[in-house]
Design a protein around this ligand. Sequence first.
Ligand SMILES: NC(=O)c1ccc[n+]([C@@H]2O[C@H](COP(=O)([O-])OP(=O)(O)OC[C@H]3O[C@@H](n4cnc5c(N)ncnc54)[C@H](O)[C@@H]3O)[C@@H](O)[C@H]2O)c1
Length: 439
Amino acid sequence: MRIAMIGAGYVGLVSGACLADFGHEVTCVDKDESKIAALIRGEIPIFEPGLDAIVAANLAGKRLDFTNDLAGSVAEADAVFIAVGTPSRRGDGHADLSHVYTVAREIAKALTGFTVVVTKSTVPIGTGDEVERIIREVNPAADVVVASNPEFLREGAAIRDFKFPDRIVVGTNDERGRKALNDIYRPLSLNQVPIMFTERRTAEMIKYAANAFLATKITFINEIADLSERVGANVQDVARGMGMDNRIGTKFLHAGPGFGGSCFPKDTRALIKLAQDHDVQLRIVESVLAVNENRKRAMGRKVSQVLGGNSRGKTIAVLGLTFKPDTDDMRDAPSIPLITSLLDMGAKVRAYDPAGMELARKDLPNIEYCDDAYACAKGADALVIVTEWLQFRALNLDHLKKVMVKPVIVDLRNVYRLEEMKAAGFIYESIGRPSRYFS
Ligand SMILES: NC(=O)c1ccc[n+]([C@@H]2O[C@H](COP(=O)([O-])OP(=O)(O)OC[C@H]3O[C@@H](n4cnc5c(N)ncnc54)[C@H](O)[C@@H]3O)[C@@H](O)[C@H]2O)c1
């Protein structure tokens, strides 16, 4: 099939490249001219493991190309995916749908022949109705079906998630729409991936409900971690013991500095706002968001406590800035409020991240950026592990101890074992585990 993917960001680029890999002819469209120019030169504008190889192979196979020309690619397409951003709207926290609606108008003008327009962006319930209304208003003669196909991939594992998803959700009642989406995902259904067809509004709700639930799981274990610290339990073992219950499952039960990233914060916020517009109060999701927001700066206070309650003039080394490993995405990363709170308390912060430093400079201009973990730790009064990149899981502790002013590690991802840190002679603080201070 001929597919136009509008928006070549984390979701659009990965989806476009993977659909080309399935054998479809895909054109990725973006309004960002420098992004498209880079892609045409063979440069990948984001850090996503494995993406470069898939893009290169499908460019060479002539199944994938890149353009700024939306109208041309839509005119030729059998299916047009909308994968533009839906960030939090400034001021009120609703999902900002301006990109989606702009694109819907442009698509409407360019449609020729029967076309399925598929919303892949995460959008509030009812957005598909509005996209369809806009298209029919702009181009009443268009032969079009508007479907919803929310995306569940995770940055850092995006290719695998796209190619081996737990399920594909498609929202449409239209037979031609169902057939088109079935054809697009046929390579996956051959692998027994379930395709769930449902109403358009239900598909939109599934995405928000899934993200809110996962955010709730994380926040739940974070609160249990705080209590575990006080009462002398070990939250890692608690999570393991809970997770072995099949009704609960082990995933998303890792205590940490609070969730961040390009989806959970904005999507929980948008869901709360949507519910308020319908006179429904989502008390659980509201609490999750509030608890999580508070937690990020609280992590700064936690670091300060380990330093005796006063971090003024102290040098703090931060390892990991992105909201999770294997991405360069800094959107809503917990490192930002954490570091800002340390700076507010008068600390000096130096940081190292394997992929996120270029983007981090915008949000965190007043810190020193280092070339590697040991350069970062040099002369530091404490080292804080914020993102669990693989390379931070096996640091040379003797080397660290030599270069630091004081052997203090605050591990906000619980990547080290307590005994190991004790043996290495570190003052070690982690999340939700009992023995706080050795030495
Ligand atoms: N990032 C994720 O992990 C993830 C996972 C699942 C779902 N989603 C959802 O997918 C959507 C896209 O997210 P993302 O992270 O890829 O965003 P992104 O910001 O990385 O990419 C969006 C792209 O759309 C382009 N764009 C905006 N307006 C345009 C227009 N008028 N014409 C052409 N291109 C335009 C932007 O230039 C940008 O390149 C969001 O709704 C998000 O919630 C994201």
